[in-house]
Design a protein around this ligand. Sequence first.
Ligand code: GUN
Length: 295
Amino acid sequence: MVDEKTYTLIDGRKIAAQIKEEITQRVQELKQEGKKVPHLAIILVGDDGASQTYVDHKVKACKEVGFHYTMMRFADTISEEKLLKHIDQVNKDSDVDGFIVQLPLPPHISVERITEHIRPEKDVDGFTNRNFGSIVSKNPLLMPATPFGVMELFKRYNIETEGKSCVVVGASRLVGAPLSMMLIEHGRATVTVCHKYTVNLAHFTRQADILVVAVGKPGLITADMVKEGAVVIDVGTTRVEGPQFKNGYALKGDVDFTAVAPKCSFITPVPGGVGPMTIASLLLNTLRATELRNP
Ligand code: GUN
């Protein structure tokens, strides 16, 4: 008889809903205390379909928890200088507690110049160098949102990271790099970071008690690359188009879920794993930014 393995599905939607419930409560308390209700501004440049969907989810989340929000849209022909001026305005607007510039931006605009123009106290994506560096501070300012969401999943599923072998595949500035720092600093893990130049990726992934993949290549991680009993966190969300999918596309993770899941102790699905946690973290950061600015 085949030995049936069981794994726990990490339900990011459920945890994100719990977090939103906690934030909704806090907003009620802030109102009762006569304090400021958090206000998130969202800047969207161009009409990329995926960005529009993400932004719609962020607006919906603001409405659910009772935050104020402002949507600012610009054509993809906007100059970098003009966009920087709009960011100056939002930086100065005392009613806005936090804001994000949805990525990607058109190629003529430098993501780094735009990101670094955001006041770190309002940078609720946690993208600025100041907030990246703040991960190693005793008192971090605003944590990069997606890795913060992954750490929150470990916490809420009681997944111990201390002393564990954690392998992070993908060293991006927005996910892999900050997450590896969080796992070292806050998770006390032994961390290996792999990237597109890594020779023999499987050699490293097979060592992982906790494997986090944030690359954007559907199916990159196959069953032979994963240790028995590993925790697998899939941050990949690639839009794969095809007539067989409702809406004409589906979101695919980096992990071959069907083959890998039976080997795992815990695994995140895509969609419904890390994705909803990014928005929950954005809301947590906006609440934190508000409370830091209005003690
Ligand atoms: N594009 C894809 N994910 C994100 C995100 O978390 N924040 C922003 N600003 N842009 C994104």
